[in-house]
Design a binder for this molecule. Structure first.
Ligand SMILES: [Fe+2]
Length: 188
C-alpha cells in the first residue's frame, strides 16, 4: 500500500474515533443529559485545524491526478471535493454555535442535535466513498512518479492529537478519548 494512502487511512480511523465521541455526546444532548461542550468544541477545533487544512488538501492532490488517469472518476471526485468544502464550512459553523452556547446563548436544542447528526453522518459517508472506492482506484492507477509528485506538493505536519507529540490544546480531549477506548480497570 502506498505510504500516503496508508497515512490517510490512519487519519480516517482517528476521525472516526472522534466522530463516535461526538455522536455519544450528541445522544446525551438529545436526551437532555449532561453534555461536555468543551469536548465538543475541542473535537470541532481539531477537525478545523487538522483534517480541513492538511488531510483534505492532501487527498485533493491524489484526486486531481486520478481524474486525469481515469476520466470516469471525474463526477465522483468533483462531488467529494465539494464535500471537503462543505465539511469545513459546516464544521466552522458548528464550532461557532458551541462557543455561543458556552457563552450562554440560547439555541434550539433539536436544531443543534440535527445539525451535528448530519455533520457526523455525512462525514462518515464521505470517508466510506474515499476508502471504499477512490483510494483503491488510486492505488491501482497511480505510479511511483505520481506518489513522488504528491509527496513533494503537500505540506505535512504532525497530527496534534494522534501524532508523536500531543498538543497542549488537546490534552483534555485526549483524556476523553482514552476514557472511551480504554476499558476500566477491574479488581479480579
Ligand atoms: Fe479523507
Amino acid at each position: 500500500m502506498s505510504e500516503i494512502i496508508s497515512s490517510l487511512r490512519n487519519d480516517h480511523r482517528n476521525i472516526t474515533k472522534l466522530l463516535t465521541l461526538l455522536s455519544e455526546q450528541n445522544s446525551r444532548l438529545a436526551c437532555g443529559e449532561f453534555t461536555n461542550y468543551q469536548t465538543l468544541a475541542d473535537i470541532m477545533q481539531y477537525f478545523i485545524n487538522y483534517p480541513d487544512i492538511y488531510h483534505h488538501p492532501h487527498e485533493e492532490q491524489i484526486f486531481e491526478i486520478l481524474k486525469i488517469r481515469e476520466k470516469a472518476t471525474t463526477e465522483l471526485i468533483n462531488r467529494v471535493s465539494s464535500e471537503h468544502q462543505q465539511i469545513a464550512k459546516n464544521g466552522t459553523a458548528i464550532l461557532d454555535e458551541i462557543k455561543q452556547i458556552q457563552g450562554s446563548a440560547i439555541f434550539p436544542r433539536e436544531n443543534f442535535v440535527r445539525q451535528l447528526n448530519n455533520y457526523i453522518a455525512s462525514y462518515q459517508a464521505h470517508m466510506d466513498i474515499e476508502e471504499g472506492y477512490l483510494f483503491q482506484v488510486a492505488e491501482k492507477l497511480l505510479g511511483l512518479e505520481d506518489w513522488r509528485h504528491i509527496d513533494a506538493a503537500i505540506k505535512t505536519v504532525d497530527d496534534p492529537i494522534f501524532g508523536r507529540i500531543l498538543d497542549q490544546e488537546y490534552q483534555s480531549l485526549f483524556k476523553a478519548i482514552l476514557a472511551e477506548t480504554v476499558p476500566e480497570k477491574t479488581d479480579y
